[in-house]
Design a protein around this ligand. Structure first.
Ligand code: NCD
Ligand code: ZN
Length: 345
C-alpha cells in the first residue's frame, strides 16, 4: 500500500448546514473536528433574517462544542421584505458575514426566499456599500426549465444582471455544479465559487437510477454530466484562487429521504468530506493544491485571516459507518459503508 501523509493548514468550510436541536447536536462534532470556521447556512425552519436570530443561532451552535475555538459565520437569509436597518447594522457589527440569496422554492426551506431579484436591489446596494458578500444559491426554478439547466438559466437571466449593476460586489456562486457556472466564475471579476465533494464524485446517473431517485445522492443543485464533473475537478485542482471548499453537507432524517423527487434534497458528507477532497485531489495528481482550495483561497476571498493550525491527513484505508445515529436521529452518510483511502489523524 502506498503510505503517504500530507499536512495542510487547517481548513474552513464555506458552506454547510448544521440545522438545530438533535441534528445539530449530532452533526456538529464533524465540522469542529476539522474546521476552524464554517459558514453555517441560515435556511432553518424559521430562517435567520435578523441579527437577533443570528446571534441566538450562533450561541446554540457554540453550546454544542465545549471549549472549542470553532467559529460559526452566518449570512442573512434574504427575503423580499427584509428589515434593511437591522440588516445594515448587523453587517456592520459582523453578526452577518453577508447575505444569502435563495431564489424562492429552489431547495430545502427556500419558500421564504426571493421572488424577484429586483426586489432586493436595496439589499444588494447595502452589501456593495459595505464591501460585504452576496452568497448565491444559483438556480432559477420555473416549470419550463429542466432541473439540469437551472444553474445555467440563473447565470444567464439573473446573475449577469446582478454582475452588471453591482460590478464591485463580491459574489459567491455556491456549490457550483456545472461547467457553465464554473466558467462564468472564472471569467468574471469579484466572483468566486465553492465546490462540493459530491459534484466532483457523482453524475446524474448516480442520482436517477431506473426511473427512481436515489435520495442519498440527491441534492440541489443536482449532480450533472461527466463533462461538468471533469470541469469542476479541473478548477478545484488548479489552484485558481476563485474556487474553494464548501461541502454543502446537508443532513436530513432518513425518513425524509424517499426514492422520488419529493425527497428532501441534501447530501450529508461531513463525516468524511476532507477525506473525499483528499481522494479527489490525489486522483488528479494535485495533492499539492489541496491546501489552497481547502484553507487559503476561501479566507482570501472573504478577507479573513488564514488559519494558523495545521491538520494531517494520511493515506490509509478505513470504512465509514453507513449511518450517523443517536437515539433520536438517523442520517445516511455519503459514502457510508464504503472504503475510503484517506483519513484525518
Ligand atoms: C440544502 C438543505 O438541505 O438545506 N440542500 C441541498 O440539497 N443542498 C439546501 C441547499 O444548499 O440547497
Ligand atoms: Zn447548502
Amino acid at each position: 500500500m502506498n503510505e503517504a501523509m500530507i499536512e495542510i493548514i487547517q481548513p474552513d468550510d464555506w458552506h454547510i448546514h448544521l440545522r438545530q436541536e438533535e441534528i445539530l447536536n449530532t452533526v456538529s462534532q464533524y465540522s469542529s473536528r476539522i474546521n476552524n470556521r464554517c459558514i453555517v447556512m441560515p435556511n432553518l425552519d424559521i430562517p435567520i433574517t435578523t441579527g437577533e436570530l443570528a446571534n441566538q443561532y450562533k450561541n446554540e451552535i457554540k453550546k454544542t462544542f465545549q471549549n472549542n475555538s470553532f467559529i460559526p459565520l452566518i449570512p442573512c437569509y434574504l427575503t423580499d421584505s427584509l428589515n434593511l436597518i437591522d440588516f445594515e447594522e448587523s453587517l456592520k457589527k459582523e453578526i452577518f458575514i453577508g447575505g444569502k440569496l435563495y431564489p424562492a422554492n429552489v431547495t430545502t426551506n427556500s419558500e421564504y426566499g426571493v421572488s424577484n431579484i429586483e426586489k432586493i436591489y436595496p439589499v444588494l446596494e447595502i452589501l456593495d456599500k459595505l464591501n460585504k458578500n452576496l452568497l448565491v444559491h444559483g438556480e432559477k426554478n420555473s416549470q419550463n426549465i429542466n432541473i439540469f439547466d437551472r444553474e445555467k438559466y440563473f447565470v444567464d437571466d439573473e446573475l449577469i444582471k446582478i454582475r452588471k449593476k453591482f460590478s464591485n460586489l463580491n459574489i459567491i456562486l455556491e456549490h457550483v455544479s456545472s461547467k457553465y457556472g464554473a466558467d462564468f466564475i472564472s471569467e468574471n471579476n469579484n466572483m468566486a465559487g465553492t465546490i462540493t465533494p459530491q459534484h466532483m464524485l457523482i453524475t446524474k446517473k448516480d442520482v436517477f437510477v431506473d426511473d427512481d431517485v436515489n435520495p442519498h445522492n440527491f441534492c440541489m443543485p443536482v449532480a450533472k454530466e461527466e463533462k461538468d464533473l471533469i470541469a469542476l475537478r479541473k478548477y478545484a485542482c488548479s489552484g485558481n484562487r476563485k474556487f474553494f471548499l464548501g461541502t454543502d453537507s446537508a443532513p436530513h432524517h432518513i425518513k425524509d429521504k424517499v426514492p422520488n423527487l419529493s425527497s428532501k434534497p441534501g447530501i450529508f458528507s461531513s463525516p468524511c468530506s476532507i477525506e473525499l477532497y483528499a481522494e479527489i485531489f490525489d486522483q488528479e495528481n494535485a495533492l499539492n493544491k489541496l491546501e489552497s482550495f481547502a484553507s487559503i483561497n476561501g479566507p482570501i476571498f472573504y478577507k479573513l485571516p488564514v488559519n494558523k493550525n495545521k491538520i494531517k491527513i494520511m493515506k490509509k484505508k478505513w470504512i465509514l459507518n453507513e449511518y450517523t445515529t443517536n437515539n433520536k436521529v438517523k442520517i445516511k452518510n455519503f459514502y457510508g459503508g464504503q472504503e475510503l483511502n484517506w483519513k484525518v489523524l
